[in-house]
Design a protein around this ligand. Structure first.
Ligand code: RIB
Ligand code: CA
Length: 314
């Protein structure tokens, strides 16, 4: 049976492929797409979600805009990575998929409480919407099967030496999620840096020769240029689809139990996901932490999803 999923995202090049993977893989029943400020402003991430839904033929899935700024600190965007639009690279036409007028948090609450079985939340951006859902609609928790997020790291960060971008943007929201008592799986940089869009992967996408695959290849080419320029990567890590892959087939993403604490006060470490892989702190396990990716099976699912949706582009 397909797993019912809500994706909360900040498209974003890798968020775009996460949406395609979730919509194109038969193991997922994509119930809603919610957007949050992160890689770009929420207006831009929402427009980008609409663009991806249009080119991928994702219809009948509500798209709802969420929080425009983090819970406490001012918004930090990643225009250096994703560009001024948040999805630089391809030329997109006017999207035909529209957003619903309701706030993302209220759409999440409605979908969760109306669905006949618990729903998996897959956040791939800052956790502002999810934190607000849990505080504004506490009854939602009983309808959440688990939260499988892209964010954090068992090691170093990518926006400060200690903090990964999604957590760095809204550490207070991340703290709310990791202390919620809900089943949380963290897919951090330590595992997403195993999902490298190598020339071989890019060639597999290009060989599909559909409008969607061409757009995905153009997105990856732009993404590769920024990762090369900013960090000297030979190939860019495709972070967000790793969280979706964990939902699709948990064997693709190996996890271990650990305690994860979000650092809120460190002068140089605020936003770090302090992951206790060896029980040094004698704190209770509160997360499953992804540590290893089956890259062959991962890319097989990503390419298959792009292929499955390829003929539906409009
Ligand atoms: O650090 C990588 C994460 O931050 C990804 O989700 C990327 O899309 C950005 O949101
Ligand atoms: Ca993202």
């Amino acid at each position: 049976m397909p797993v019912p999923v809500i994706i909360d995202c900040d498209p974003g090049h890798d968020d775009a492929l996460a949406l395609v993977l979730a919509a194109g893989d038969p193991a997922v029943d994509l119930l809603a797409i919610t957007t949050v400020a992160g890689n770009q402003t929420v207006d831009k991430t929402t427009l980008n979600a609409r663009r991806i839904c249009t080119v991928a033929g994702i219809t009948g899935v509500p798209v709802a805009a969420g929080c425009a700024r983090p819970l406490v600190q001012p918004l930090l965007v990643a225009d250096d990575v994703h560009g001024e639009s948040g999805l630089d690279g391809p030329a997109f036409g006017e999207p035909t998929v529209h957003a619903v007028p309701q706030h993302a948090v209220d759409v999440m609450h409605r979908v969760l409480t109306e669905h006949p079985e618990p729903v998996t939340l897959v956040p791939t951006g800052p956790l502002t919407n999810v934190a607000l859902l849990l505080t504004r609609h506490p009854d939602s928790a009983a309808h959440i099967r688990e939260i499988v997020l892209m964010g954090g790291s068992t090691g170093r960060g990518n926006r400060t030496p200690a903090a990964e971008f999604n957590i760095h943007v809204d550490p207070e929201a991340a703290h709310t999620v990791f202390t919620s008592g809900l089943p949380v799986t963290m897919c951090g940089l330590n595992v997403t840096h195993q999902a490298l869009v190598t020339p071989e992967v890019l060639a597999r996408l290009e060989r599909l020769d559909t409008r969607l695959s061409r757009i995905c290849a153009e997105l990856m080419t732009y993404f590769a240029s920024t990762y090369r320029r900013l960090w000297g990567f030979a190939a860019p890590p495709l972070h967000d689809p790793v969280a979706v892959a964990r939902v699709i087939d948990p064997e693709i993403v190996r996890c271990v139990d650990a305690n994860v604490v979000v650092e809120l006060h460190g002068q140089y470490t605020r936003g770090a996901t302090v992951t206790d892989l060896h029980q040094y702190l004698d704190r209770p396990v509160n997360a499953q932490v992804a540590v290893e990716l089956d890259t062959e099976r991962f890319w097989d699912r990503v390419v298959a999803a792009v292929d499955a949706l390829g003929g539906r582009a409009s």
